[in-house]
Structures are given as structure tokens and as C-alpha cells.
Design a protein around this ligand. Structure first.
Ligand SMILES: [Fe+2]
Length: 473
């Protein structure tokens, strides 16, 4: 049993030891899960000073304190105010301060001004969290089976919503710390440097050869179906024709991306989308976010501090524009989300997720390399390149979100639900691209093969990376 698995079981046992005499059999594990996820949010904040909690380093970044309060507001607004008749908000103004974008839930404070809000304090915010958690406990404990079945899907949604914000909390505090010349450390020595051989400057060798796994044309079922939680944007499940393609065995590494930089990639418009070229010039991008060149060597800021770029790690903090330009330079393209989902269909969901507490992408391991020991692409039959074979595709889950070339659009038959919660996903289906697979800041218990993350093409403060694809030769 891994240390992280043991910790999970211990937390669950501790939560189940709380006394909930009137709870239904289904309520107990869900409440335990609720507390486990809420506790992990607090654990992420361990070591942060109050001053760290309040900084907003750019409009897209929210202060840590806001994440703590907003996730709490979600449970208060969509559960307590609806189902706990005696509930009265202690501070009604929180409804305005901590609503993010739900127009049907009322007016909201401006997103880009969240860093100006010094009150409530961090301590008051933690008290807000504790009070709402206690009310959730009371409500669930007092619920009969019928009421619990009404609340259950919203409580489950709130738990997944909190996990989404845990990832944002991590990427946001990284952006906040990156602005500080003191290079604050979020977690000491967890973003370890690859133990694989590191080549000298200018003589880089990849940690493993990038191979391309071939897939035949077929019609596949895309999207979530069956039991278990999913977001509404993952459905309806539907057939999709996926023409033949090949997919890279692993993500693009830092070393490979350095080759793109050294080839003048950021200065050659022929590789870039028009909007991307405009953005590169306006923003003066020369490298991935958090990279700095010192004495002819690349350094990057990580959640374990400032350190040399590890050439074996997957490149990350890349915009869609950069991912697309790299693919063009490499003579490849980005996969569609349908190709990605088809390729992932037979793979186990395993990888460098937040539970491993590394908070940084890791280089492919030597064990994974051994699975890729074919001498060359022609030496193996097509059947040997099946994605379902161990090691055929590595790092599909965890490490870095993989940009796809698919616009974030509704699946056939999709309709956003009624009311405020119908605003969760559907209204963002414009001008964004889909990312797949999760990252080192994503919870293993949050990701699915059908999970559709989405960001605008110029955004790069998430742990985003590149996996290449090819059309048939
Ligand atoms: Fe949210």
C-alpha cells in the first residue's frame, strides 16, 4: 500500500468515527468524503502565512482566502439555503463577495478585485468554513432517506467543485509566489530533479524515445455514461467517428521544447496561429511561463523554489498557442479530444496526481522507459503498439494537462440544466480549448477518462503540456 493510500484510509476511518446516529447508510461515507476533501483544502494551506492568502497576482488568479470562502459559499448557497429551513447567514454580504459567476444566484463582486478584500480575515474565513461544515453535518444527520437523496447529488457536486478549486489554489499560489524575488517555497524538496542521466548543455538526449502509437479508424463511444459522478459537459455519451491517427507515447519534454526555442520558434511566424503570433509579440513570450535564462542556462520557478530546468520532465505552463506552434515546428499536430479519449479507453488511471504531493511534473521513470524499449518504430508490429499494452502510452494521466485541438463545445444533445447550477459549465462553451488527463495538481479521485477541462488559448498558469499526434503517413 502506498503512503498516500494509507493516508486516505486513515482519514476516512477518522471521519467515520464521528458520531452520526441518524444518518443513513449512504450518508455516512458521503459525509466522510466531504470532510476528507474539506480537510485536504486546509492541508494545502498549511505553511502559508496570512499574508500569502490575500494576494491576487493577476485577474485570473484568486487569493487563497477567496478559494477557501468561495468553496464554502457553494455549500451554503446550493445546499443550506435550500434545505436547512432554520439557516440564517451570519454575514449575508458573503453571498456577494464569494459568488464567482452564478448570475442566477445574485450579484457578485468583481473577479479582478478579489485581492483588495482584506476582510473577512483568514481567521474569520476559517471560522466561516467551520460553521458551514457544522451546518452540513446537522442537515445530513437530520435528513431522512428521501431528503438525503435530494441533497446527495449537490453535495457530491460541491465536493468535486472543491477539488477543482484545490487545483486552482495550487496554481494560483504558484503564480503569487513567482512574483516574489525571494522565491518562496510552497513545499520543500518535493519537486525533485529527475534521477535519469542529464545530458550536458547542447548535447541533450531524451529520457526515452518518443514513439507514435497507431490507431485504426473506428467509431467509438465518447463521453460519460453509467454510475458515478461526472460533470454535465461530459455527456451525452455519443458515437464519434475517429479517423486513423497516431499518438505520441509520452508528452513533450523540457529538453525538446528548448530545441524549439533554440530553433527560433518564438520568432518564426510560420509556426503560429495569427492570434498566437499577436499574443507572443504583445506578451513578449520567449519561453514557457516561469522560465528564466541565467548564464546561458534555463531556470524555472517551481513550488519547491527556483531551480534548473530538468530537461527530462514534461514541459509545462504552455499556452495552446505555444503547444500548437511547437507541434507545427515538430511536423506534427495536437490530438483531438476524441482521439485522446479513444487512446485512453483501455488505460488505468494512474499517475503523478496531487495525492503524491510533488506539485510538479515528473520525468518518465526508468520502469516506464523499459516498456518503451523497442529499437525503432518499424521494428514492432502494429499490434505491439497497442495502447492497451503496458507502457504503450505513458503519462496520459497526471503530470500535465494535455492540450487538444478540440474547441470546447457541447456534445450532441447537450443542454445546460436549469437554474444557477446550469451555469457551471455550459455558458463557457466559447473561445476555449479542451484539455485532458489531469495534472500533478489534480486529485486522482477527481479525474475521469471523459473529463473535459477547458481554458482560453492564451492561458498558461495551469500545469498544461503537449502530446503530439500525427495523421497517417
Ligand atoms: Fe467555483
Amino acid at each position: 500500500m502506498s503512503p498516500s493510500a494509507a493516508a486516505t484510509i486513515d482519514q476516512t476511518a477518522a471521519a467515520q468515527s464521528r458520531s452520526w446516529p441518524r444518518s443513513t447508510s449512504a450518508a455516512t461515507p458521503l459525509l466522510a468524503r466531504f470532510h476528507e476533501v474539506r480537510d485536504f483544502t486546509n492541508e494545502l494551506c498549511a505553511g502559508l502565512a496570512p499574508e500569502d492568502h490575500v494576494v491576487q497576482s493577476m485577474p485570473e488568479v484568486s487569493p487563497t482566502k477567496w478559494h477557501l470562502a468561495h468553496t464554502t459559499w457553494f455549500f451554503e448557497t446550493f445546499i443550506l439555503k435550500k434545505w436547512l429551513s432554520r439557516y440564517r447567514a451570519v454575514v449575508p454580504e458573503y453571498a456577494y463577495l464569494f459568488n464567482s459567476y452564478y448570475n442566477a444566484a445574485g450579484d457578485m463582486h468583481r473577479r479582478d478585485l478579489r485581492g483588495l478584500i482584506s476582510r473577512p480575515t483568514v481567521e474569520e474565513t476559517q471560522r466561516y468554513r467551520a460553521s458551514i461544515d457544522a451546518c452540513i453535518d446537522d442537515l445530513i444527520l437530520e435528513s431522512d432517506e428521501k431528503l438525503f437523496r435530494e441533497i446527495e447529488p449537490i453535495l457530491t457536486l460541491g465536493i468535486h467543485h472543491e477539488q477543482q478549486h484545490q487545483e486552482l489554489l495550487i496554481t494560483d499560489i504558484k503564480h503569487v509566489f513567482a512574483q516574489n524575488p525571494l522565491h518562496p517555497v510552497f513545499r520543500e524538496n518535493v519537486a525533485r530533479v529527475s534521477n535519469l542521466p542529464t545530458a550536458g548543455e547542447g548535447k541533450f538526449e531524451t529520457c526515452s524515445t518518443m514513439r507514435f502509437i497507431e490507431f485504426d479508424e473506428t467509431t467509438v463511444e465518447i463521453g460519460h455514461d453509467g454510475p458515478g459522478f461526472s460533470y454535465d459537459n461530459e455527456g451525452p455519451r455519443h458515437p464519434a467517428l475517429v479517423p486513423a491517427f497516431s499518438l505520441a507515447s509520452r508528452p513533450v519534454t523540457n529538453g525538446e521544447f528548448i530545441a524549439f526555442i533554440e530553433a527560433g520558434g518564438y520568432h518564426r511566424p510560420e509556426f503560429w496561429l495569427s492570434l498566437g503570433w499577436n499574443t507572443v509579440n504583445e506578451q513578449r513570450w520567449q519561453a514557457p511561463l516561469y522560465w528564466t535564462k541565467r548564464d546561458s542556462r534555463w531556470w524555472n520557478f517551481t513550488l519547491s523554489g527556483f531551480r534548473r530546468v530538468d530537461k527530462n520532465e514534461p514541459v509545462t505552463h504552455i499556452s495552446y498557442f505555444e503547444a500548437d506552434a511547437y507541434a507545427n515546428w515538430a511536423g506534427a499536430r495536437l490530438p483531438t479530444e476524441f482521439e485522446w479519449e479513444r487512446a485512453a479507453a483501455d488505460l488505468a488511471i494512474d499517475g503523478n496526481f496531487v495525492e503524491k504531493k510533488r506539485f510538479h511534473p515528473q520525468a518518465a521513470t526508468a520502469q516506464e522507459d523499459r516498456h518503451l524499449a523497442c529499437p525503432d518504430r518499424q521494428a514492432s508490429s502494429p499490434s505491439q503498439h497497442s495502447a492497451s499494452l503496458p507502457g504503450g502510452l505513458v503519462q496520459m494521466f497526471g503530470d500535465v494537462w494535455e492540450w487538444t485541438r478540440s474547441a470546447y463545445s457541447p456534445y450532441p444533445g447537450y443542454h445546460a440544466g436549469p437554474g444557477a447550477l446550469g451555469e457551471y459549465n455550459g455558458k463557457f462553451m466559447c473561445n476555449q480549448y479542451v484539455l485532458r488527463g489531469g495534472s500533478c495538481a489534480t486529485s486522482r479521485t477527481h479525474i475521469r477518462k471523459t473529463y473535459r477541462n477547458f481554458f482560453q488559448p492564451d492561458k498558461r498558469w495551469q500545469f498544461t503540456g503537449i502530446r503530439l499526434a500525427h495523421d497517417p503517413a
